[in-house]
Design a protein around this ligand. Sequence first.
Ligand SMILES: [Cu+2]
Length: 170
Amino acid sequence: MKQTLAGCTLALILVAAPVSLRLAANAVSLGSLKIENAFARPTPGGSTVAAGYVTIVNSGDVSDRLVSVTSDISAKTQIHTMKMENGVMEMRELPEGLAIPAGKTVALKPGGDHIMFVDIKHPVKSGDVIHATLTFEKAGKVDIAFKAAGSMGAMSPGGAMRGMGGMKMQ
Ligand SMILES: [Cu+2]
């Protein structure tokens, strides 16, 4: 009888978990990682790419790595970094992903490392939510929601990034 009750409780938790994960989209825990503050920017008309940003806190003593991202919104999703090349800021893919060192916080933010949704199926408008799955080398997979907010291509609230659509992709 006790076992049956325990089984029921476990089943309830399992059913409830996806919902609570979605509700707590602004801070999701995965092992010793905390994934928080995921947001995206609305895309200018005609843009085929959208950028997503997220903060990953590794409170553990083992380094991890963000190895891949998938999303329903785009055919491909890549992990990008920004690099100065001949005086021009260019973005390029990090084929091996992004290191999340032990005890460190890695913030993907406008003007820096970002998630790039490539060949998006529709434009991203303010208030839209992009659902994506992050895969870490050690911690595994986690679903997060990037909420689109702010102005198109803005570096930060109030600032506009010149030529987000003009950035060259490697
Ligand atoms: Cu990019």
